[in-house]
Write a protein that binds this ligand. Sequence first.
Ligand SMILES: NC(=O)c1ccc[n+]([C@@H]2O[C@H](COP(=O)([O-])OP(=O)(O)OC[C@H]3O[C@@H](n4cnc5c(N)ncnc54)[C@H](OP(=O)(O)O)[C@@H]3O)[C@@H](O)[C@H]2O)c1
Length: 210
Amino acid sequence: MKVTVIGVGNMGAAFVKQLSLAGHEVRVVARDQAKAQALADAHAGAQAVPALGAAQGADAVIVATPFEGAVSALQSLGALQGQVVIDITNPLTADFMGLTLGHTTSAAEEIAGAVPGARVVKAFNTLFAQVIAAGADFGQGQVAPTFVAGDDAAAKQTATALAQSLGFRAIDAGGLKNARYLEPLAGLNIYLGYGAGLGTSIAPTWIQRA
Ligand SMILES: NC(=O)c1ccc[n+]([C@@H]2O[C@H](COP(=O)([O-])OP(=O)(O)OC[C@H]3O[C@@H](n4cnc5c(N)ncnc54)[C@H](OP(=O)(O)O)[C@@H]3O)[C@@H](O)[C@H]2O)c1
């Protein structure tokens, strides 16, 4: 797939690494072009590109900025009509221990509302960057899942295929509105990882009796 990653921090770097390893064609966008270049240089198959036009021909755009910067970062790419956008953000408070919105909306819905025409899918937000960087295999048959929520079935399928290509299990989490559940779930994960001291080699999952 052709995948554009906006943001070159913890999550952006983890995605660029794993997408490149999986053989995807990766375009890297940052507000500081030098940072995009440095990250792209470290991964075969990744290319740093300017923001404007970076989504053209892309199968998916992964927005890996803080929620507060996501809409302007997406808008900097130019027209996004029909574009699959994978929103991995969590609308965190400054101390990372709470959410700035929820119950009646979600970061994903706010982004979808602000970037009309984009086909927004919520995914990967419950996975620590360290988990994405290290890979989905937790050993002893355990594979980290990502929950995939969105209102466009084909866009969800793209996000699902992308997740599976990186080795993650994908759990269909329904419509984009269910990001209202997924973002607090990420909040719990952050509490368990950092607040309760379990560390970042953890991930929320779902089990089902066969
Ligand atoms: N870290 C995790 O484990 C984790 C897990 C799940 C979800 N998430 C979510 O993933 C997103 C990224 O997290 P992160 O840990 O990768 O953050 P990070 O390390 O702070 O990186 C953020 C990236 O976004 C860029 N950025 C910041 N504000 C921007 C703006 N207004 N416009 C354009 N780009 C902007 C930064 O650019 P500069 O380098 O120029 O500042 C940097 O490249 C967040 O929404 C977070 O909630 C993170």
